[in-house]
Design a protein around this ligand. Structure first.
Ligand code: ZN
Length: 332
């Protein structure tokens, strides 16, 4: 197997707290002989499990980077039993550009796993996570949000597995995170995601969706700070006294056809919010003409009973844009 071309300039083993970079050489017109730098922190305490904490896979989702930056500040290596490897902006070129995909090659990192050490920047990053970091990890937390394009209800995402122990470990992490929703990822999960790579490597993992809009909402940041700490406490890495998690609603995607997509282009006049419980036939909103006011507004409705896990956050939508992502109770 080819070896990663990326290098880390700090020790991931020595006790204490260190920050540094993952160095990626990618020779283009902008930076022919320089490197692209992905920030990394490593906090090593007494012997114990390793948690890999990731944010910024999508560059316009800033809640996770804020949470992990705060954690790097707060966590005292003297007070932990284990090791934290923290990547607050793993797709740093995208984070600096405030865009979902990499400005270096236009690719979506969460559709690039398991990656390729000899591929472009996005493939090299995915491969580095899979070949260098995942083998070190006893658990993974990957923080996402809706970015500029959408708003999610606060959710922990656990991948379904035929391996009973792994499934239980994923569920326990999701419960510990304490978001109001647990979204079970099954057949509809993309097999090129970090969740899929962790499943393949049999490493317990959750992702989280934390609102969205392209900034960092303080309520979502607080929920996620507490959520990550409860997961670390569940793993025995920290021993802080933390409030109990809420009782979650377990949901799953039944069919992409349950989602609502824009029937035409126009203003998105939305009549619901992320997290709402909705009924089949319920009015969801209107697409209103703005270019030709004499055109008629088009109403749209929910096709099924369920919960709105996410909604589009664009004021003007094109035909086919996601307006509402629908999930159903797991028991049904
Ligand atoms: Zn994301």
């Amino acid at each position: 197997m080819a070896k990663t071309r990326l290098e880390v300039n700090i020790s991931l083993d020595q006790p204490g707290k260190r920050t540094g970079d993952i160095l990626m050489r990618w020779s283009n017109n902008a930076r022919p002989l320089g490197v692209y730098l992905m920030p990394i922190a490593c906090i090593v305490g007494k012997p114990g499990p390793t948690a890999l904490l990731v944010a910024g896979i999508h560059g316009d989702e800033y809640e996770g980077p804020v949470v992990l930056s705060r954690l790097i500040d707060e966590i005292d290596p003297e007070r932990i039993d284990g090791r934290l490897i923290i990547l607050p902006a793993i797709n740093n070129p995208a984070v600096l550009a405030s865009q979902r995909t990499s400005p270096l090659d236009g690719c979506n990192l969460n559709r690039a796993f398991p990656g390729d050490p000899n591929g472009g920047p996005t493939d090299m990053l995915a491969d580095f996570i899979v070949s260098v970091l995942l083998p070190e990890a006893d658990l993974v937390i990957d923080l996402h949000a809706g970015g500029k394009a959408s708003i999610f209800a606060t959710a922990a995402l656990a991948t379904r597995s035929d391996d009973h122990d792994l499934m239980q470990a994923n569920l326990q992490l999701a419960r510990a995170f304490g978001a109001p929703f647990i979204w079970i990822l099954g057949a509809f999960n993309d097999t090129r995601s970090l969740n899929a790579a962790a499943l393949q490597a049999s490493v317990p993992m959750i992702a989280a969706e934390l609102g969205g809009g392209g900034g960092a909402d303080p309520t979502q940041v607080s929920i996620a700070m507490l959520g990550v700490k409860r997961c670390l406490s569940h793993a025995g890495i920290i021993s802080d006294a933390l409030p109990e998690p809420v009782e979650p609603i377990l949901v799953e995607t039944r069919s992409s056809a349950d989602n609502v997509y824009a029937p035409t282009s126009g203003l998105f006049d939305r009549h619901f919010s992320a997290g709402d419980k909705v009924k089949a036939g319920q009015l969801a909103g209107y697409i209103r003409p703005i270019e030709r006011l004499e055109d008629v507004s088009v109403s749209f409705h929910f096709a099924v009973d369920g919960y709105v896990l996410a909604h589009g956050n664009r004021g003007y939508v094109a035909r086919g844009d996601m307006l509402a992502m629908l999930v159903c109770d797991i028991d049904k």
